[in-house]
Design a protein around this ligand. Structure first.
Ligand code: 2RA
Length: 339
């Protein structure tokens, strides 16, 4: 009796994670449809104890679908998202295609589920809901409780982004390059035209004309839309680091009013989707391996910013699984809001 669900881009890293998360959360589907490019059509994929034949993603793929989870790249979302929505399908889109489009909800359930109220109240009969970028989700799950408590005037984020954000081939290249280096072999470079193993580099997203790259501008623009305010100053530096699955982010906050670090920690400890690892005595703080394959965002290094007056500055260090909460889990949680 549950919704008929389609996965668009089922063979990709996020597409595969959609299947794992839907199973983990016992999502109440009545039918599943696996969609991918012509190249993958005909191949089989296992889900919930059954084998499914992958179908080629076409205009009529969504005729009888209630909810479609998309992670097949921006051009596929741009082309097929509106077609599916017009047929009454709710599209949860992991691409950046519609994130900043007026009227398209950009949702992190723990943060702004109410922004899709018209969808939850059944007033909409089909439509697109966008999944924010992974680095935005990971930062905002951690800092929104602080924003709600005392207001955030300025956020500066430095990210340490895993290979998974660049796709399965980038993860494979990191592994191969690491082996090459350890074996003293020439380093294979196909995805990034530089060495990734034992190295790090400015995020591979295209540069924009203000000296920031698109990944950094996503954090700036998506945060303002999700918090529905222009009254917060945001800057970001996104770096690709030789880690497999989970992003890490160092976040500096300027608050609208004083907040003691102990109170901040208590607020975070009792907030949805967060796990605290903040043990100064043992120098024990979040790591990407703690966060990998986990639902929660791990938060630590919670401390007053000593460069700011009084208690108006706060610093955090957070880790979150890029494929899970950074993409597939957040999208499935949005789909759960449509049930
Ligand atoms: C990255 N945010 O980490 C991208 C993935 N969508 O490169």
């Amino acid at each position: 009796s549950g919704p008929k669900v389609a996965i668009a881009g089922v063979t990709g890293a996020v597409g595969q994670e959609f299947l794992r998360v839907l199973t983990e959360r016992n999502f109440p589907y009545s039918r599943m449809k696996m969609l991918a490019s012509a190249r993958s059509a005909g191949k089989e994929v296992e889900f919930d104890g059954e084998m499914y034949k992958i179908e080629e993603l076409k205009e009529d793929s969504f005729d009888d679908i209630d909810i479609a989870l998309f992670s097949a790249g921006g051009s596929i979302s741009k082309k097929f998202g509106p077609i599916a929505a017009k047929k009454g399908c709710f599209v949860v889109d992991n691409s950046s295609a519609f994130r900043l489009t007026e009227g398209v909800p950009l949702i992190i359930p723990e943060v702004n589920a109410l922004s899709m109220a018209e969808y939850k109240l059944g007033k909409m009969h089909g439509g697109i809901i966008s999944n924010p970028n992974c680095s935005t989700i990971i930062a905002l799950v951690a800092v929104t409780p602080i924003h709600r408590a005392v207001g955030i005037k300025r956020m500066v984020a430095s990210t340490y982004q895993a290979a998974s954000g660049a796709g399965a081939l980038a993860m494979a290249e990191l592994e191969q390059q690491t082996r090459d280096v350890l074996n003293g072999d020439p380093v294979t470079m196909k995805i990034f035209n530089l060495q990734y193993a034992f190295n790090l580099f400015s995020h591979n997203a295209p540069m924009t004309d203000n000296g920031y790259n698109e990944e950094e501008m996503k954090m700036v623009n998506e945060t303002k839309k999700i918090w529905s305010t222009e009254d917060v100053d945001i800057a970001a530096t996104c770096i690709r680091v030789p880690v497999m699955r989970a992003h890490a982010e160092s976040i500096n906050l300027t608050l609208c009013s004083d907040l003691d670090e102990k109170d901040a920690k208590e607020i975070l400890r009792s907030s949805a989707g967060i796990k605290i690892i903040d043990d100064r005595a043992n120098n024990c703080f979040p790591t990407p391996l703690d966060a990998s394959n986990r639902d929660e965002i791990y938060v630590g290094r919670i401390r007053q910013d000593i460069s700011q007056p009084g208690r108006t500055g706060l610093e955090l260090f957070v880790c979150g699984d890029q494929i899970k909460k950074g993409a597939a889990l957040n999208a499935v949680q949005i789909a759960e809001l449509l049930l």
